[in-house]
Design a protein around this ligand. Structure first.
Ligand SMILES: [Zn+2]
Length: 277
């Protein structure tokens, strides 16, 4: 337990250390490393923290390595079990979720035997399994055969990628638009894969800040580009439909790495292309 706390405290110091993020990005190593997870360069966060983290890290910055060898990339404890389930085990899981939902409905004052609710627990279980399907996605499958050598060194930007995610604090949806940009360093990723990458991380329990960072860090690991920028603008049901009830509130988060962080010109160009300047 002490060790967990220790690790957490150490990770808290990390998030401000951006110089190292840039260093990390500028080291030009390829994706081959993804498929052959052999001797690796010492990750910057490892140098800083001094101890390898054996628990799920508090921040994607401290995932070691940022894309783990099984490709799941910052999975949670039950993710592997879920991924490796056979058909029978999957049906068992669905049934257990449905039973839990029946309990919730009863506790909320409902009659789970009335017609409208008869199949609801099973339906909800299947819906939740779909909403969280990102736990079963492997980043290697997501980007498979879509990294290309290309001498392009201008900004690549994909705007308005729709994302649907679940807030891990209230288990209700947040959804909106994700904008991803990068400046290649001899490697580009098939454009549709940017959306797939966002989808993989969005279909998990999330906080918007982490989702933003995970997409940016994964992309910088895959391509080792000159820089990466990710902006997400989302509406949180937990915010608009309860509590403060600010129905128009949109939460924006961004993660800028490499030259997007170090060069204001690049950042401005990106924001202009987004129509935000
Ligand atoms: Zn929430």
């Amino acid at each position: 337990m002490d060790r967990d706390l220790d690790a957490k405290l150490k990770t808290m110091k990390l998030s401000d250390n951006q110089t190292n993020v840039e260093e990390n990005i500028q080291q030009g190593e390829g994706v081959e490393e993804l498929s052959n997870p052999k001797p690796q360069r010492e990750p910057w966060y490892k140098k800083l923290s001094g101890v390898p983290l054996n628990t799920r890290p508090a921040s994607p910055y401290t995932l070691n390595p940022p894309i783990d060898s099984d490709g799941l990339s910052w999975p949670s404890l039950g993710a592997r079990e879920r991924l490796e389930s056979n058909n029978e085990e999957s049906l068992g899981r669905e049934a257990r979720i449905a039973n839990a939902v029946r309990t919730i409905l009863t506790e909320l004052g409902e009659d789970t035997n009335r017609e409208g609710l008869l199949e609801t627990p099973e339906r909800y279980a299947r819906a939740m399994i779909f909403f969280t399907k990102g736990y079963e996605d492997n980043i290697k499958d997501v980007i498979k055969r879509a990294v290309f050598e290309e001498d392009h060194d201008e900004m690549v930007i994909v705007k308005d990628i729709e994302i649907y995610s679940l807030c891990e604090h209230h288990l209700v949806p947040f959804f909106g638009k994700c904008h991803i940009a990068y400046i290649p360093n001899k490697k580009v990723l098939g454009l549709s894969k940017l959306a797939r990458l966002a989808e993989m991380y969005a279909r998990r329990f999330q906080v918007q800040e982490r989702l933003t960072k995970q997409i940016a860090i994964a992309l910088s690991e895959i391509l080792q580009p000159r820089g990466v920028a990710v902006v997400i603008e989302a509406t949180h049901m937990c915010m608009v439909s309860r509590g403060v009830q600010k129905s128009g509130a949109i939460t924006s988060t961004s993660c800028m790495l490499g030259c997007f962080r170090s060069q204001q010109k690049t950042r401005d160009e990106f924001l202009t292309l987004l129509g935000r300047n």
